[in-house]
Design a protein around this ligand. Structure first.
Ligand code: NAD
Length: 509
C-alpha cells in the first residue's frame, strides 16, 4: 500500500492526523488503505506522513512541553481521571472501531480496551508514583533529594493487533509524567487512536500534548531520527523492534522495543484436562491467534499427549468463525488478505515438513462473507523443533503440539527458543510449578493461566528476542522509562557552619 492521496474517493472515509488538538490532513501525497477484514472491503484511506508532516507534529509536541512539564502532577492526574471516565463511557465505540478494522470479535475487543483503560487508572496515581527521594544530613548541614523529571517529546509506534490497548500501554504514563507524545499507530488500524485523541482533548488535555500521525517506514524513520524526539516506545515484530532499537541507540535516544513471540504452554500429566483444553483453545484461537501472548505451542509432557489432543479437537471444532460484530461468533478473520495468505503458507509448510495435520482450517468458507480474510482453527501434532512452524512466529489460528518426556525437557526446549514473551504451565503440582517459575527464561509466566498479561500496576515485557531495551511497558518500568532522575545535593551556609576552602575530593559525614 503506497498510493497517492485521492481526495476524490468520496465513498471512502479519509483518516486525518491529530496535531495541536485538531484534525489535520498535512501535506503528504502518499496514502494507504484500511480494510474491513470481515468483508474484504476497503473502508478508509489513511495518509502516510512525510518529513514535513512529522516535523509539524513534533514541533507541536515540543512547544507544548514546557508548560505541561510544569503543570503540577495532581492537575495532570485530574485530566487523566476525566480521560478515564470518557474512555469508560466510550469503551463500546472503541471496541467497535477495533473490531471493524482488526476483525476481532466485539466481546474480545471490549476486553482489550478494558485492559488498556487499566493503564489510565494506574497513571491517575502519578503524584505518588513520580515522587522523589530525600535524605536529610547526608553530610553535616547537607541534604540530598531527587527529582524525577520528564524527558520531552516521546514517540510511540504500535502494531495492528491491539488498536487501543497497545497505544494505551504507552501514552498515559508518558503524558502523566509530564512528557508530550506523538503516536504512530499501525496504518492498518488508525481509528482508535484518533478517537482517543479526541476524548483526551475533551478531558482537558492542552493542545499539542498528544498528537497522532499515520504512515509506514518513511514516517517512522523520520521520527526515530528526529533530533527533538527524546524517547521511543515500539511494539511490533522482532526484526522491526531490533531495527528501531539499534537506530535509536545510535542516535542517543532512550528506547524500549517489544518484539514478536512464540508462547509455549506446558501440560503435565496431572493437569485438569477439561480446564486445560478450554484454556488452550481460548489462548490459541482467540483473536484468530493474533495476540502477542497467544499460545502457539503446546508441550505435552509424559503420556498426556493423545488425550489432550483429542480434547482440544473436540472443543476447537465447535468454534464459530465469522464477522466480529455478529452475535455468537467466537473467532473473526485475520487482519488483511496478505496476512491470511502468509499464515496459510505456514500451514502448507507444516504439512510439507511432516507435521501431523489434525485440524485443517484452510478450506473454511463463511457464508455471505466470501471476500473476508478467514481461516479456520488449525492443529498440528508431532511438531519438531527444527520445523518452520515451530521456529517462526505464525501469528494466526495455528496450534502446534510437541511431545516430550519430562518437565526438564520442556524447560530446556523453551529456554532454547529465541522468543521469550510469555509461557504457561498447567499442573496440579505446586512443586512442578515452582520449578518452572524459577528456571524458565521468559518474561511473563502463567501457572494454570494461559495468557498471563500483567495488570497495569506491574510491567509488561518479554525477554530475549521479544524485547530490546532495558524497560518493559507500564507499571513502574513505564514511570522510570519516561522520567530521568536528577540528584540534588544542598548546603545552606549559616553562621553556625564554618566554611573553609579545600582542594580535596569532598567527603560527607
Ligand atoms: P510490524 O512490526 O509489522 O509493525 C509494527 C509497527 O511498525 C507499525 O506501526 C508499522 O507501521 C511499523 N513498521 C512496519 N514496518 C516497518 C519498518 N520497516 N520500519 C519502521 N517501521 C515499520 O508488526 P504488526 O504486524 O503490526 O504486529 C504484529 C507483531 O507485533 C507480531 O510480531 C506480534 O508478536 C508483535 N506484538 C508484540 C507485542 C509485545 O508486547 N511483545 C504486542 C503486540 C504485538
Amino acid at each position: 500500500m503506497n498510493k497517492p492521496v485521492d481526495k476524490a474517493l468520496s465513498s471512502i472515509a479519509q483518516v486525518s492526523y491529530w496535531i495541536k488538538g485538531e484534525k489535520t490532513t498535512g501535506t503528504t501525497t502518499r496514502s494507504g488503505e484500511v480494510t474491513n477484514p470481515a468483508t474484504g472491503q476497503v473502508t478508509k484511506q489513511v495518509p502516510f506522513a512525510n518529513a514535513k508532516d512529522i516535523d509539524t507534529a513534533v514541533q507541536a509536541a515540543k512547544a507544548a512541553f514546557p508548560s505541561w512539564r510544569d503543570t503540577p502532577p495532581l492537575r495532570r492526574a485530574r485530566v487523566m481521571q476525566k480521560f478515564l471516565t470518557l474512555m469508560q463511557e466510550n469503551t463500546n465505540e472503541l471496541a467497535r472501531l477495533a473490531s471493524e478494522e482488526h476483525g476481532k470479535t466485539l466481546p474480545d475487543a471490549v476486553g482489550s480496551v478494558t485492559r488498556g483503560i487499566e493503564v489510565i487508572e494506574f497513571a491517575c496515581g502519578i503524584p505518588h508514583l513520580q515522587k522523589g527521594e530525600h535524605s536529610e544530613n547526608v553530610g553535616t548541614g547537607v541534604d540530598a533529594h531527587t527529582r524525577s523529571q520528564p524527558l520531552g517529546v516521546c514517540f510511540g509506534i504500535t502494531p495492528f493487533n491491539f488498536p487501543a490497548m497497545v497505544p494505551l500501554w504507552m501514552f498515559p504514563v508518558s503524558i502523566a509524567t509530564g512528557n508530550t507524545f506523538v503516536l504512530k499507530p499501525s496504518e492498518k488500524v488508525p481509528s482508535c487512536s484518533m478517537k482517543m485523541a479526541e476524548l483526551f482533548k475533551q478531558a482537558g488535555l492542552p493542545d499539542g500534548v498528544f498528537n497522532v500521525v499515520h504512515g509506514d517506514k518513511e514516517a517512522v524513520d523520520q521520527l526515530i531520527t528526529h533530533p527533538d524526539v527524546k524517547a521511543v516506545s515500539f511494539v511490533g515484530s522482532t526484526p522491526i523492534a531490533q531495527y528501531i532499537y539499534e537506530t535509536c541507540a545510535k542516535g542517543g535516544k532512550r528506547v524500549q522495543a517489544l518484539g514478536g513471540a512464540k508462547n509455549h504452554a506446558v501440560v503435565l500429566p496431572d493437569a485438569d484436562l477439561e480446564f486445560t483444553a478450554d484454556a488452550l483453545v481460548g489462548a490459541g484461537y482467540g483473536s484468530a491467534g493474533e495476540r502477542c501472548m497467544a499460545i502457539s505451542v503446546v508441550v505435552a509432557v509424559g503420556g498426556i499427549g493423545d488425550a489432550l489432543v483429542a480434547k482440544v479437537i473436540e472443543k476447537a471444532k465447535k468454534i464459530e468463525v465469522g464477522p466480529g460484530d455478529k452475535k455468537g461468533v467466537e473467532m473473526g478473520p485475520l487482519v488483511t488478505k496478505a496476512h491470511r495468505d502468509k499464515v496459510k503458507g505456514y500451514i502448507d509448510k507444516g504439512e510439507a515438513e511432516g507435521a501431523t495435520m489434525v485440524m485443517d482450517g484452510r478450506g473454511l468458507k463463511v457464508a455471505g462473507y466470501e471476500n473476508g480474510f478467514y481461516l479456520g482453527a488449525t492443529l498440528f501434532d508431532n511438531v519438531k523443533t527444527d520445523m518452520t512452524i515451530y521456529k517462526e512466529e505464525i501469528f494466526g489460528p495455528v496450534l502446534s503440539v510437541l511431545r516430550v518426556d519430562t518437565l526438564a525437557d520442556a524447560i530446556k526446549m523453551i529456554n532454547e527458543c529465541p522468543f521469550a514473551n510469555g509461557t504457561a504451565i498447567f499442573t496440579a503440582s505446586g512443586g512442578a510449578a515452582r520449578k518452572f517459575e524459577n528456571e524458565i527464561e521468559v518474561g511473563m509466566v502463567g501457572v494454570n493461566v494461559p495468557i498471563p498479561v500483567p495488570m497495569a500496576f506491574f510491567s509488561f515485557g518479554g525477554w530475549k528476542q521479544s524485547i530490546f531495551g532495558d524497560y518493559s511497558v507500564h507499571g513502574m518500568d513505564g514511570v522510570r522509562f519516561y522520567t530521568r532522575p536528577k540528584v540534588i545535593t544542598t548546603r545552606w551556609t549559616t553562621s553556625e557552619v564554618a566554611t573553609t576552602s579545600s582542594l580535596h575530593m569532598p567527603t560527607m559525614g
